[in-house]
Structures are given as structure tokens and as C-alpha cells.
Design a protein around this ligand. Structure first.
Ligand code: ABU
Length: 569
């Protein structure tokens, strides 16, 4: 039985289209060809033999299959113009319409300050509205277009100038273009063989980033997010200190301990757990009022570890903490690392972008002394998500720590230089191409353009802080923000006469969540809030869109006041 091939030869475009069905089509065993005539995959022209389905049918839902068996083919395919084939032939119209919607409903609206940042709907209501359950039959072009439009309508417009909620925002046209192209090409960046251009491009971009850090040579790789890049740091540091771990695991080793600040990104603790060091061995170092690691406490904790028989091996400093935007004093921390023989990793996922600016790169002074750095262009530099890098001055350590030499990908006897098969430097297998969007942005703007972008963000931050300082009811949490995070409270008139103390703080803690709720329901802007250290709930503005202006800064303050001035807690 030729159940895996199309028995009626389809030779349009001069192609013999037999044996090309993708697994879902094989499982369904029927569908529609591009010209909407039925193409059977069996010898006869029936719906196909459902009993021949492979075990994978469970994936597609046996109930769906059983109900299909009871239906005629015509009822399954009637009234639609979609196709099961994973080829664009006949579906270009769909793609054209999608690109039009992307342009009209996302790109052009990204600059529309009158539009909503979010069209809020509660989860149950949204689930019902979206009609989410996949069905056995296909839907028409028009139905699918309506679905895409709904997805866009109810998604948060992170490209809107008034979305200042996370450490990513804005919509860079070159970045988006790059992302679209790489998604259309659908490469996997593990071998030169399947991703030749992106392999050499990745090497060139990483080399340039290392140069900005101040490294000579070294290595690096794009990672699917800063957390993964930070895991690589722990893994490389362990590899360097205890190379036998890769084969033997942690058995027989001393108690390995690492250090990071109490305000570091939570991925460091996660990485510590994941790699088997344990949460107790990720020691959190105290920070000062600005949120910077205190090197004296680091030294004290290292000493304490040694006295308890533990073995320090790594310090993770942060360049731009998530909430306060603080830069740890890298040079002082590097001195401690040198004195104790420890790997120094700088998590610059958020703040790394300052390296593009001659005016602000001093915030990361000493970063060239670090053994490794995480730097996410999708944060301060405004590249689309995800665009994260791990960079190290040590050549070969990534390969040594992570390679497993799969014979089906990394054949040593290929005809080209296999050092370009970079995929074995990471613990991933398939790897999305994240370099192209950033490369295209960098080419389009030049380093000087990216520098202007960063400087604009800092100028906007300065303006916002100055306006906030003179505005009644607003108060800074960190008196002099270092990065483009501004942390502040809004104190409504009803609280302004309450004396500072536990009651005031308990009531103030309730203000930001109430304002945030009103903000989301109106869709006027998005800014996040959180408590941190001894401080009760406060707002955190983060700027990484150079499309925002001083007027937007005033708008943020006006909005918060408008939404919060009548609050009584
Ligand atoms: N990777 C940190 C993201 C958290 C935030 O956007 O606030």
C-alpha cells in the first residue's frame, strides 16, 4: 500500500510531487491540493484507511480521527481553500495578506500614541473569544485572517512608545526585517553546512562585541536568552576549574560555591541549582543603597566559605541590575577574583549596551578583566527578541565544556574546515538564528547610530528624573539612577499627610497595584511595579526605545497622577 506517497502524479510546475508529504499530512491521509481538488494518498480515491495510522496518531487526537472516519471527505474539505502542504505554492496570497496585516496593524500602529498598549480581557473571556481548540477540519483563508487579526488585537503592543514594562520594548524596522528573513529561511545554526552565511556572520558580530568589551581573541555564541548565557558562564567556569567534571560529574569534588549580589538576576540561582551546585552554594552578597555589590562583603563571604571547607570558584557581577539598573564595581570585584583565583562573569544582559556609547561605557569599567560576559542586544539596544550572547576571553572552553560530537552533525571528515561547525559549543542542538537581525541593525545604523540610540535613552532618563524630582507626590527610590531604570513611588493626596512609618508603608504598598490595574484596563500605558529590599511596592520605568521623547516622559508622569490621584488606601 502506497500510504506514504501521492498516487496520482501531480506534475504541475514540472515537478513530480510524490513522496513529499509532511508527517501531519500523512497522518491525516487526505487533504486538498493547491487547486482545491482532492488528492488521495491511497490507491483508491477514498478518504484513506484510518486504521493504517501510525502510533503518532495519538498526537493528533484519536477522537478527532474517529470522528473524521465517520465523515465524508467532501464534508471535511468543503468550504475552504486551505491546504495541508508545507509548501507555499498556492498560499502566497495568504502570506501577502499576512504581511499587509503586519504592516498595518503592528508596524504602522507602533508609532500611534493614541492607540492602546493593551486591549485587556480576563483569561477565561479571552480563551472563549479566541476559540482555541484545534479542529479536525481546515479553516478558510478568511477565517484564518480573522484569527490572526484577533491575535494582534489582544496582544500587548510592546512596540508602542508607552510600553515601558519590561527590559525589552520598541519595534526596530531593521531588526524586524532580519527576524522575518531568518524565520523564512528557517536555518538551524549548528553547522556551516546548513547555515553558511549566518555562521560566518555570527563569528564576525561576536568578534566585534568582544572587541568592544576589550578582549583580544576569545570565543562566544548566541544563546536563547540571558538565562542560558548565564548558565554557560557557570558551566565554563566549572570546566576551567574542574575539567574532569564533564566526565565524572560533581562526585568527589569539594563543595563548590559561587557568589553574586542579592539583586542579581534570578537566573544565577536557577543555574546554580540546575548544574548541581545547590541553592545554598549560591551566596548572595550585600548591596549598597544604589543596589551595587559591596566588595567587602564579597571578600568576607569568600573567607567564610573557605573556613567552612567550601571551595569558591566563581563570582557573577551584574552590569545593570533588573530593577535598580545598578552596575556592580567590576574593577574592585576583579581584584577579589584575582586574589582568590576565581572566574569572574559579568552579567551585562541588560546594561551591556552601554559599551556602544563613548559617553556611558565607563559604567562597565574593568569589564575586560572578566573571564566572560552576558550581553543581550535585545535589551538596551532594542533588537527584537531574542538576541542574547555569551562572550568569553578563553578560546576553546565552550567546546570543552559542552561538546558531545554527534556523528550525524559534526562529522570530522567533512570537506571544509569543521571549526565552522559551531553548534557543539553549546548544550542546545537546534539553534535559531539570532545574529542576523542584530547584524542588519548594526549595518543600518552603524556603531555611531547605536551609540546615539543609547545616548538618547540616557537623555530621556535624565529628563524624566528631573521632572519627577520637582513634581508633587512623586518620590525616587534610588536617588541617582545609573542606567535607564527609574524606580519611584507615587503618593496620592490621601497619603501625603500620613507620617512615615509602618502604617504609611503598608498603605503605600497598595497604591502601585491599584494604579497598574486601572492602567491595564484603560490600556493607556504599561509600567511594572515590585517591592525590593526594604522598599514597599514602587514603579520601575525602563527606557530602551529611542523612539520615545521628552513629551512621552511627561505623559508617563501625567498618566500615573491621573490614574492615582483619587486613590484612598
Ligand atoms: N530578563 C529580565 C527580564 C525581567 C524584566 O523585564 O523586568
Amino acid at each position: 500500500m502506497e500510504s506514504e506517497s501521492v498516487t496520482s502524479r501531480d506534475t504541475r510546475n514540472g515537478l513530480d510531487r510524490r513522496n513529499f508529504l509532511a508527517p501531519p499530512a500523512k497522518l491525516m491521509k487526505f487533504g486538498k491540493s493547491e487547486d482545491t481538488t482532492m488528492v488521495s494518498v491511497d490507491d483508491n480515491s477514498s478518504c484513506g484507511d484510518v486504521s493504517e495510522l501510525s502510533d503518532d496518531s495519538a498526537v493528533w487526537g484519536l477522537r478527532d480521527m474517529e470522528s473524521l472516519e465517520e465523515e465524508s471527505c467532501d464534508s471535511v474539505i468543503s468550504g475552504n481553500s486551505t491546504t495541508f502542504r508545507t509548501q507555499p505554492a498556492g498560499q502566497e496570497d495568504f502570506l501577502r495578506d499576512i504581511f499587509k496585516v503586519i504592516m498595518e496593524d503592528i508596524v504602522q500602529k507602533a508609532g500611534d500614541r493614541e492607540g492602546k498598549v493593551i486591549e485587556w480581557m480576563a483569561p477565561e473571556e479571552l480563551s472563549a473569544k479566541m476559540d482555541l481548540e484545534p479542529q479536525p477540519t481546515s479553516e478558510s483563508h478568511e477565517q484564518l485572517m480573522d484569527r490572526v487579526k484577533d491575535v494582534i488585537k489582544y496582544s500587548v503592543k510592546t512596540g508602542h512608545p508607552h510600553f515601558v514594562n519590561q527590559l525589552f520594548s520598541s519595534l526596530d524596522p531593521y531588526g524586524l526585517a532580519g527576524q522575518l528573513v531568518t524565520d523564512a529561511l528557517n536555518c538551524s545554526l549548528y553547522t556551516y553546512e546548513v547555515a553558511p552565511v549566518f555562521t560566518v556572520m555570527e563569528q564576525a558580530v561576536l568578534a566585534k562585541m568582544r572587541q568592544l568589551i576589550g578582549y583580544e581573541g576569545g570565543d562566544g555564541i548566541f544563546a536563547p536568552g540571558g538565562s542560558i548565557a548565564n548558565i554557560m558562564a557557570l558551566s565554563c567556569a566549572r570546566q576551567m576549574a574542574f575539567p574532569e567534571t564533564k566526565k565524572r560529574g560533581l562526585f568527589g569534588l569539594p563543595q563548590l560555591v559561587l557568589y553574586t549580589s542579592e539583586l542579581a538576576h534570578y537566573s544565577i540561582r536557577k543555574a546554580g541549582c540546575l548544574l548541581g551546585f545547590g541553592d545554598d552554594n549560591v551566596r548572595l552578597v550585600k548591596t549598597d543603597a544604589q543596589g551595587r555589590m559591596i566588595p567587602e562583603d564579597l571578600e568576607a563571604q569568600i573567607e567564610d566559605t573557605k573556613q567552612q571547607g567550601g571551595r569558591p570558584f566563581l563570582v557573577v557581577a551584574t552590569a545593570g541590575t533588573t530593577v535598580f539598573g545598578a552596575f556592580d564595581p567590576i574593577n574592585d570585584i576583579a581584584d577579589v577574583c584575582v586574589a582568590n583565583g576565581l572566574w569572574l562573569h559579568v552579567d551585562g544582559a541588560w546594561g551591556g549596551g552601554v559599551l556602544m556609547s563613548r559617553r556611558h561605557r565607563g559604567l562597565m569599567e574593568g569589564v575586560d578583566r572578566a573571564d566572560s560576559v552576558t550581553w543581550n542586544p535585545h535589551k538596551l539596544l532594542g533588537a527584537p527578541q531574542q538576541c542574547s550572547t555569551f562572550l568569553t576571553k578563553h578560546e576553546g572552553v565552550l567546546q570543552a565544556a559542552h561538546s558531545a560530537k554527534a556523528s550525524y552533525l559534526f562529522q570530522p571528515d567533512k570537506f571544509y574546515d569543521v571549526s565552522y561547525d559551531t553548534g557543539d559549543k553549546t548544550f542546545q542542538c537546534g539553534r535559531k538564528v539570532d545574529v542576523f537581525k542584530f547584524w542588519l541593525m548594526w549595518k543600518a545604523k552603524g556603531t555611531r547610530g547605536l551609540e546615539q540610540h543609547v545616548n538618547t535613552l540616557f537623555d530621556n532618563t535624565k529628563y524624566f528624573v528631573e521632572r519627577l524630582k520637582v513634581r508633587e507626590g512623586f518620590q525616587l527610590v534610588v536617588s541617582e539612577p545609573q542606567l535607564t531604570n527609574v524606580c519611584f513611588w507615587y503618593i496620592p493626596p490621601s497619603l501625603r499627610k500620613v507620617p512615615e512609618g509602618p502604617e504609611f508603608r503598608a498603605r503605600l504598598h497598595k497604591v502601585a497595584p491599584l494604579i497598574k490595574e486601572r492602567m491595564i484596563r484603560t490600556g493607556s500605558m504599561m509600567i511594572t511595579y515590585q517591592p525590593q529590599k526594604e522598599h514597599v511596592n514602587f514603579f520601575r520605568l525602563v527606557l530602551q526605545s529611542s523612539g520615545t521623547t521628552f513629551e512621552d516622559m511627561d505623559y508617563f508622569l501625567d498618566q500615573i497622577e491621573t490614574l492615582g490621584r483619587d486613590i484612598i488606601v
